[in-house]
Design a protein around this ligand. Sequence first.
Ligand SMILES: Nc1ncnc2c1ncn2[C@@H]1O[C@H](COP(=O)(O)OP(=O)(O)O)[C@@H](O)[C@H]1O
Ligand SMILES: [Mg+2]
Length: 257
Amino acid sequence: MTEHAGAAELLNVDGLSIANGDVTLVDDVSFRIAPGERVGLIGASGSGKSLTASAIMGLLPDGMSPSGSVTLRGRELLGASERDLSRLRGKDLGMVFQEPMTALNPAMRIGRQVAETLTIHGTSRRRAADRARELLDRVGLPERTAGAYPHELSGGQRQRVLLTIALANDPSLLICDEPTTALDVTVQAQVLDLIAEGVRDRGSALLFITHDLAVIASVCERVLVCRDGRIVEEGPVADVLSAPAHDYTRRLLEAAL
Ligand SMILES: Nc1ncnc2c1ncn2[C@@H]1O[C@H](COP(=O)(O)OP(=O)(O)O)[C@@H](O)[C@H]1O
Ligand SMILES: [Mg+2]
């Protein structure tokens, strides 16, 4: 008998493996995210977190081949056409990366970059400029930001802009890959709050990638622990932090103290 996926499910990663030539970098990773659920993916540098996120978004580096299955609301993403994937990205799927400068167009004013995300996915041009200013205001950026270029902003301001773009179309899932790692400590907390608030206000689910346990504890409900391309432990954040089942998780915890 075929098992039907739960109706409540949003993202289903099932047996995802990623190979580069004959080297397996991500090995049989499976997890699910329910609508509105906030899930952390933690692990040391090089454990396969970013590749997992890239596979979900259809942005794997050239030459890497994924196998297994990744569905969003029941739709298979692995092997989907670039046309379908780009329609999904920025609409159903928002993303924020570690380095905001590379994700922004250096030659385009901020307001226009936010407005374009809206018009590409159906907002009228007339409405988009106003809406872009509203959204920038919502993450605490001053009005003049709309007329600025990326290089005129601080790292924290640029990350707020990326978050604005990622959330502009109320995505069902926001993926953040080390979004605060490159920021000053004081700014990190502000951006984290904005991410948590942004997904909560929209009912968006969150996949939050970090190597920082404290960050997971403050933002996520559930945590997946990744090691050498595999998920070695998962559970509610409070359970995993108070009683880690796996040696590797214990060591991560000790390192964070
Ligand atoms: N473009 C690439 N070409 C070859 N190997 C890569 C590439 N990107 C990542 N890798 C390798 O894949 C593994 C997982 O990388 P990654 O997902 O970026 O780790 P993490 O995000 O957890 O730090 C690492 O061993 C890394 O060296
Ligand atoms: Mg990474």
